[in-house]
Design a protein around this ligand. Structure first.
Ligand code: GTP
Ligand code: MG
Length: 461
C-alpha cells in the first residue's frame, strides 16, 4: 500500500505516451507556483494569471537555454482539479521535450506522480466521489467512443445520484427501526413495522433494476466474442476481412484455405468485439486441416455469438442442415453469403427451418447487407428493449459486487422480517446493506480499498 502523502508536489505527463501534437504535463502541490515561476518565462509583457492560459517559454534554469514554447495554466487551491495549487504545461508533443520538462521539474523538487495520484488527491480533497474517480480511470482506458460516453456520464456522478434515493430510503428504514428498538414500549403495537416489508422490497427492486445493467456494462467494458463458422469455401474469410476492414485472412477459390483460427479485435456498433475466422467444416483426410477444424469447433463453442455462413449461390445443402443442427441453438445468426451472384435459396426458406435464428442476406464481395448483419449481431448480445437507461449502468466489477452484497443483505432482512425475528436482527442485516452502498460512493472508504482502485490509474490522471 502506497503512502497517501499529499503535502509534496507531484508531476506527470497527462497525455498518452508517444508522439502527439500537444503533450500536457501536470503539476500539483504547494510548490507548483514556485516551480513554474522558476522554469517559465511568459511571452512579451504577459504575466501568469490564475486559471488563464499564458503563452511563453520553458527555460532550463541551470544554463538559461530554451526548451520549448509552452502554454501554462496555473490554478490556486482549492479551485483546481486536485484542490491544490496546480499547473498545466502544454508543449509540443515530442517525447524528448516532454522527458526534458519532467527532468527539470523533478530536479526542482517535484516528485513523479504515481498512477492515479492526481485523481486520488482530487478524491481526498472531496472534489470527486469514488464512482467519479473510477469513471476518470474508465475515460482514460475507454476503448470505444461509446464506452467513453458512458464513463463521462458517470463522471457527472450519475451512479451516486441514481443510488442516492435508495440509500436515503434505507437510512430512513434503519432510523425507524432504531427508534422502535429504543422506545419500543411506548410505541403502539406494530405501528412502525407496518409496511416495512413493502418498503424493503421496493428498495430491492430499485437496486435490481440497476443490477440489470451489469450484463450490458460488461459488454461495454470487455466486449464479446464472435466466431464465423460454416462449410468450406462459403466465404467465411471474406466476411471476416470485411468486418475487420482489411485483407487479414487469405481468401482463395480453393475449399480448405483457412487452416487455423484467426482472431482480430474490431468494433460493432460501438461495442468491442473479438472476431474469429475458422477453418471450413468438412470431412477431410488432411491431418492439418482436421486439426484446424477441431480448433474451429472449440472456438465456436466458446464464442458469445456464432455467425454461421451459407453460400446462397450454391443453395441450401443437406450438409449445411446437418452442420447447423450440431450448432447450439442460442446466440447464432445465419449469414447467406454471395448475394451478388444468382441465389438458389432465400432467407425466408431458411427461416422456416430455424424460426428462432435471424437470417441476413449478405455479400462479402460487395459489402451489401453488412450493416444489417452488424445490427443483428448487436441485437443478439444486447436486445434494445432490455437495456437500462445509460445512467443506471454500473461499469466496474467492484461496483457490481457492492450492489450484490447490498441486495443479499436486504434479502436476509426481508427473510428475518417474514420469520418474525426481532428488530435487532433486522437492523444487523440492514446496516450491512447500507455499508455495502457506502463503499460504493466512498462515504466510508478505507485506505486499503483506495489503494486498490487508484493503483489501476494512468500516471498523470
Ligand atoms: N461472388 C462472391 N464470391 C465470394 C463472396 N465471398 C467469398 N467469395 C469467394 O468465395 C471463395 C471462397 O472464399 P473464402 O472467403 O476463402 O471462403 P472460406 O469460407 O473462408 O473458405 P475456407 O477457408 O476454405 O473454408 C473465394 O473465391 C471468394 O472470392 C461473395 O460475397 N460473393
Ligand atoms: Mg477461410
Amino acid at each position: 500500500m502506497r503512502p497517501l502523502r499529499q503535502d509534496d508536489t507531484i508531476a506527470a505527463v497527462a497525455t498518452p505516451p508517444g508522439r502527439g501534437a500537444i503533450a500536457v504535463v501536470r503539476v500539483s502541490g504547494p510548490e507548483s507556483g514556485s516551480l513554474i515561476r522558476r522554469l517559465f518565462r511568459p511571452e512579451g509583457r504577459r504575466r501568469l494569471v490564475r486559471s488563464r492560459a499564458v503563452l511563453g517559454r520553458l527555460i532550463d534554469p541551470t544554463d538559461g537555454s530554451i526548451i520549448d514554447q509552452a502554454v501554462v495554466t496555473t490554478y490556486r487551491a482549492p479551485r483546481s482539479y486536485t484542490g491544490q495549487d496546480m499547473a498545466e504545461i502544454s508543449v509540443h508533443g515530442s517525447p524528448v521535450i516532454v522527458r526534458d520538462i519532467l527532468r527539470l521539474l523533478l530536479h526542482s523538487g517535484a516528485r513523479l506522480a504515481e498512477p492515479g495520484e492526481f485523481t486520488l488527491r482530487a478524491f481526498l480533497a472531496g472534489k470527486l466521489d469514488l464512482t467519479q474517480a473510477e469513471a476518470v480511470r474508465d475515460v482514460v482506458a475507454a476503448r470505444t467512443l461509446h464506452q467513453a460516453r458512458v464513463a463521462e456520464r458517470q463522471l457527472a456522478g450519475s451512479i451516486s445520484r441514481s443510488l442516492q434515493p435508495v440509500k436515503d430510503e434505507l437510512i430512513a428504514i434503519i432510523c425507524t427501526l432504531e427508534t422502535e428498538v429504543e422506545f419500543g414500549e411506548d410505541m403502539p403495537e406494530e405501528h412502525l413495522a407496518r409496511g416495512l416489508g413493502e418498503r424493503l422490497s421496493a428498495v430491492s427492486k430499485q437496486l435490481a433494476s440497476i443490477t440489470a445493467g451489469f450484463r450490458y456494462a460488461r459488454l461495454l467494458q470487455d466486449g464479446f466474442s464472435l466466431a464465423i463458422i460454416g462449410g468450406a469455401n462459403v466465404g467465411k474469410s471474406s466476411l471476416f476481412n470485411r468486418l475487420v476492414g482489411e485483407e487479414r485472412a487469405i481468401v482463395t477459390e480453393l475449399p480448405g484455405t483457412t487452416r487455423d483460427v484467426l482472431r482480430e479485435p474490431i468494433q460493432i456498433e460501438g461495442l468491442p468485439v473479438t472476431v474469429f475466422d475458422t477453418a471450413g467444416l468438412r470431412a477431410s483426410d488432411d491431418r492439418i486441416e482436421r486439426l484446424g477444424i477441431e480448433k474451429s469447433a472449440a472456438a465456436a463453442a466458446d464464442a458469445d455469438v456464432i455467425v454461421f455462413v451459407i453460400d446462397a449461390s450454391r443453395g441450401w445443402e443437406l450438409a449445411d442442415g446437418e452442420r447447423l443442427a450440431a450448432v447450439r441453438p442460442h446466440g447464432v445468426l445465419l449469414a447467406l453469403n454471395k448475394s451478388d451472384l444468382p441465389i438458389r435459396t432465400t432467407p425466408s426458406f431458411i427461416q422456416a427451418a430455424r424460426p428462432a435464428t435471424p437470417v441476413v442476406l449478405v455479400s462479402a464481395r460487395t459489402g451489401a447487407g453488412l450493416d444489417e448483419l452488424r445490427r443483428q449481431i448487436r441485437l443478439l448480445v444486447a436486445p434494445e428493449d432490455g437495456l437500462p437507461a445509460d445512467d443506471a449502468i454500473i461499469v466496474g466489477l467492484r461496483q457490481q459486487t457492492c450492489i450484490r452484497e447490498c441486495l443479499q443483505a436486504l434479502e436476509s432482512a426481508a427473510a428475518a422480517l417474514a420469520a418474525g425475528e426481532s428488530e435487532e436482527f433486522l437492523l444487523y442485516h440492514l446496516r450491512r446493506s447500507l455499508a455495502a452502498l457506502d463503499t460504493l460512493t466512498g462515504a466510508t472508504a478505507v485506505e486499503e480499498l483506495l489503494g486498490r482502485i487508484f493503483d489501476t490509474f494512468c500516471i498523470g490522471k
